[in-house]
Design a protein. Sequence first.
Lengths: 233, 233
Amino acid sequence: MTGPAGPFADFTTETLCARILERHRSTIRVQKDHVAVKKLALIVDAVLDLSNKQGFHATSLRDLAQASGVSMGSLYSYFDSKNTLLMMILAEVSFTVGEVLANPPAEAAADPVKHLDWLIDTHIRLTEAMQRWFVFAFMEAKFFPVQARRFAVDSEAATEAVFATVLRRGVAEKRFAITDPDLTAALIKPLLQDWYVKRGKYRKRGTTIEAYIAAVSNLVDTAILKRSDQAIE
Amino acid sequence: MTGPAGPFADFTTETLCARILERHRSTIRVQKDHVAVKKLALIVDAVLDLSNKQGFHATSLRDLAQASGVSMGSLYSYFDSKNTLLMMILAEVSFTVGEVLANPPAEAAADPVKHLDWLIDTHIRLTEAMQRWFVFAFMEAKFFPVQARRFAVDSEAATEAVFATVLRRGVAEKRFAITDPDLTAALIKPLLQDWYVKRGKYRKRGTTIEAYIAAVSNLVDTAILKRSDQAIE
DNA sequence: AAAATAATCGAGCGCTCGTTCGATTTTTGG
DNA sequence: CCAAAAATCGAACGAGCGCTCGATTATTTT
């Protein structure tokens, strides 16, 4: 419900819904922004909860109406079809992750090793702050219309490209010892995703987010850093 | 449709369905084995295809009847509910992966490093031979009744435990330099799963299974082997 | 405070879903 | 080759689906 403190404190459902409203102003029939954002937040909050439990497909609009407190009729003032609701959430996840990863702080951008560690840390912490959103995008995207599917695939490819670019730079600067940056980037991705895809498992084991980030960073760094670099660490 | 050559040649739909029949003899009302296995194969083949495209939930029994060539009424001679069909496939995947991973060849079992590489190689090749089955289990298990869900979680935990055991042995024999074998095992798992979960991506990029196995093995080995061991490679 | 506009509501529409069942066809065995 | 047994079939059922729409309530404007 409420986000964590720190740099990801602003990723509340309501903040994200304000952005959804902007992007879908033409299809959302409710005119007053403050009304629309508040109700959208109720709807999105409920649909994320229900979908994470039983899947979006299995979540009926009657379930959603009851869980959100918004009537069936009113729901259709906020989207014109169930698929549009899906696309709203998918797009928000995609835009947010693109935006966050594209803006590293200066000290991270200056050095490939620091940049890579920053990407890993930031990606995992972002998915933690928006956990239900990412689980939704990951689990649902595969089964839906071509449009939504392509969207998810493109978004994932974009994230991977960010990692591949840093890896390439690290190779050029002779810091990383890898032969195929694209394949390495592809293998880093599931390590980041496992934190939210199998969140229940890690919660049960008591693995903290810090421990998880450290483990992934360590695994990746140890595997790809040139030996001379590793001695420094 | 047909399996690959080599040690995984026998994982055909029909062979697996013969095992399903054994396990579900009491609920399958068709009496002659040769009839039951043949029809079961048609049904399972169709349900795997349809589910991988659109999801099990979105696959109706009318779709399934048409795609398999078995009528709606006859389907219910092979399972007593749609959920039982789900469980049949889930259980078969779980049993098979448990069985295969528990029986390493002698030369692999003797050495932790070889054993780990064998596990990685075998797991990826098994999921390749039974790709649709694993995609089905991975994508569908989350959304279904407690029983099915627990089954999938337990199966995943069992696989991870196999890896953790080998890692612990490697640490004891001072071959691996890791501090938390359970967490390392947890991180290896998504690397193995990515091959079938995002198979389309790797196919599009032209990544071969050999290249993928080599990349994962290399990543894991480089990250966890003691430095003295790495020089040998 | 009345009129105009905005937002909400839920019963009802056509349709598809999982499941059942009695009739029909196919296979088996003497 | 025919009766008994096994297997197959698809129409029919009630429930629940996404979605619509005219009536109602809440808010804004004058």
